[in-house]
Design a protein around this ligand. Structure first.
Ligand SMILES: [Zn+2]
Length: 235
């Protein structure tokens, strides 16, 4: 990669933009439900609310773009490279729209968008080994059985394929199910729609679920640690 961000110069991995603006997105009820410290609130706010002024990708989308670039060995930025030879024929499955990344991903000729509720991640309507790349962004935390969902991601990947995704991770704690806890929701409108209900709060052991689902290799890609982390699972 031409720029991994390791020199600490912040760059948008979607478009290469180097200017960002920040608008906090968390609200007090959510912070309380999650029991976030001020520092945790600050970095999760950045993950969701720090956006590239050029393409509007937030830090989370940028980390997903970084993971995809890393996996595919892209020299250029995702926006410029997606859909270009020699990768034009990659079969890409996007599960629920990955925010501002969605139009970028649709440059791939064999792009498929699977949207909830028509497409349930726990029971994907696709054949075994039918995709090279499976992508989802802040979706898994809303799925009742995330390990089953990851098993399904693995099933539809061809050997050598990869699943790249983001979830909100609070790195100073372990993953916990919200089963039996007061319901908590994500979403800009502070919706109480069941579909946005948070089922799992992810922590430092977020890499264990893919292992339980049958993947045998997991890579973590981070931008502005610990604000944004993407996982790449290898089939
Ligand atoms: Zn950008």
């Amino acid at each position: 990669m031409s720029d991994s961000g390791s020199d600490n110069k912040q760059v948008c991995h979607v478009c290469g933009g180097q200017a960002f603006e920040f608008e906090p997105v968390l609200w007090d009820e959510l912070v309380e439900a999650w029991g976030l410290s001020d520092q945790e609130r600050a970095y999760i706010d950045r993950q969701q609310g720090e956006c590239c002024v050029v393409c509007r990708a937030n830090l989370r989308s940028s980390s997903l773009a970084a993971a995809i670039r890393q996996h595919l060995g892209m020299d250029g930025w995702l926006r410029d490279e997606a859909g270009r030879r020699p990768r034009r024929k990659l079969r890409v499955l996007e599960l629920n729209e990955a925010g501002t990344l969605s139009p970028v991903l649709q440059q791939w000729k064999s792009h498929v968008l699977g949207q909830y509720p028509e497409v349930d991640m726990q029971n994907l309507p696709y054949e075994d080994e039918s995709f090279d790349l499976v992508l989802h962004s802040d979706t898994l935390e809303h799925v009742p059985d995330p390990i089953q969902a990851l098993r399904e991601c693995r099933r539809v990947l061809r050997p050598g394929g990869a699943c790249c995704y983001t979830i909100p991770i609070v790195v100073g704690r372990m993953t916990r199910s919200r089963d039996g806890l007061p319901p908590s929701w994500h979403g800009q409108s502070r919706t109480t729609d069941e579909d946005w209900k948070v089922q799992t709060e992810y922590g430092a052991d977020a890499w264990c679920q893919p292992m339980e689902a049958g993947f045998d290799s997991v890579r973590l890609t981070t931008l502005q640690w610990p604000a944004a982390i993407a996982l790449t699972l290898y089939r």
